[in-house]
Design a protein around this ligand. Structure first.
Ligand SMILES: [Zn+2]
Length: 349
């Protein structure tokens, strides 16, 4: 088989109606938003049966990431090919005009409620836009028990039990599996999460879905069973600056399922790594990615998968550019999905 089958792959966004969504993603992504309704999510990299990302250009245009994972496991995943049959991360932009439901994703200690085929889900957000009304809930106030939550659900005071953050653009928020969380009030975030779709809704702010005219179902008991009541590393993270030149490289998340850096610069720098895949998400500006004598224009809102066989590539910004670079750690998951050596910033009120 030819060695240079794969190349830096751009994927089409998959837009999703959500009752809590807005229209902010129109300014972030170049693909036009569908119709006039609220769009809450753009899935920008997804290897799921119901919504598989499709390659946008080049000889592999029209192929799904699932097909590529099957056909080119070694070229795409390199050293990680044996560990993952599916691409292990799900990447999205969220535009939360209204509050999302207060929810929790199962971890590894969920009392057997999680379907056997699904994994745990740790997720994290990078705030891209925030307004005066924006807020993020991540974790419980100290000494909040299941009984306290049950009482608050009956009298509608649940928000008082949650740790609340007033988000600013650039903030990183870590939501390990088992953390109660929500966000809304016109906040736009990039979301990175393990590729799992198991969500238990604890509370939905009295929302009624305009499409069904019904409130959405809650899964209170399942949610309570998944909540991590003792251990909370959730919340704002402190960015660790690893380099200032030629590009400012800040590490935002460093947990077992994913690592994420923010790169900001104006002069050429290197992206990618040998023998493992990397994902680039452009959140501001534009630039050019160079690989094997070809050059690819990278625009704002785009996601690019650098296959393992691409190795390191040069990135040439056109003016100031901000990229998120994402790695899948080359190590076994220790079963917890937790931050390993980066503590949360405890300044949330
Ligand atoms: Zn979530």
């Amino acid at each position: 088989m030819s060695q240079a089958v794969l190349y830096p792959l751009r994927f089409e966004p998959i837009y999703q109606y959500r009752l809590w969504g807005g229209r902010h993603l129109a300014a972030l992504l170049s693909e036009p938003l569908p119709n006039n309704g609220p769009v809450g999510e753009a899935w920008i990299l997804s290897d799921r049966d119901d919504h598989a990302s499709i390659v946008a250009d080049g000889p592999l245009k029209g192929q799904t990431i699932s097909q590529l994972m099957n056909q080119f496991p070694d070229q795409l995943m390199g050293k990680l090919a044996q560990r993952f049959r599916r691409f292990p991360l799900l990447l999205k932009f969220l535009d939360a005009h209204e509050m999302l439901s207060v929810q929790v994703h199962p971890g590894y200690t969920d009392g057997g409620l999680r379907p056997a085929f699904a994994g745990a889900k740790t997720e994290a957000w990078v705030v891209l836009e925030a307004g005066k009304e924006s807020r993020i809930y991540a974790g419980l106030k100290p000494d909040t028990t299941a009984d306290v939550l049950r009482r608050s659900l009956t009298d509608g005071s649940l928000a008082h039990d949650l740790l609340c953050i007033t988000p600013k653009p650039g903030d990183g928020v870590f939501i390990p599996a088992g953390t109660v969380h929500s966000l809304g009030g016109d906040v736009v975030v990039f979301e990175i999460q393990q590729n799992s779709d198991v969500t238990f809704r604890l509370y939905d702010w009295g929302h009624v879905d305009a499409n069904t005219k019904q409130p959405r179902p809650l899964q209170v008991e399942q949610a309570l069973a998944c909540i991590d009541f003792v251990d909370s590393e959730a919340g704002l993270v402190t960015a660790v600056v690893e380099a200032e030149a030629p590009v400012r490289r800040e590490r935002l998340f460093h947990c077992d399922p994913f690592w994420l850096w923010r790169l900001s610069g104006k002069i050429p720098f290197t992206v990618g790594a040998e023998s493992v895949p990397r994902v680039l998400v452009c959140t501001a500006g534009t630039g050019q990615l160079e690989h094997s004598g070809s050059s690819y224009v990278v625009g704002k809102g785009e996601v690019w998968l650098l296959p393992a066989e691409a190795g390191k590539c040069a990135f040439r910004p056109h003016g100031a550019v901000t990229l998120l670079e994402i790695a899948i750690p080359d190590q076994g998951v220790n079963g917890q999905g937790r931050v390993t050596f980066q503590g949360p910033r405890k300044d949330s009120a």
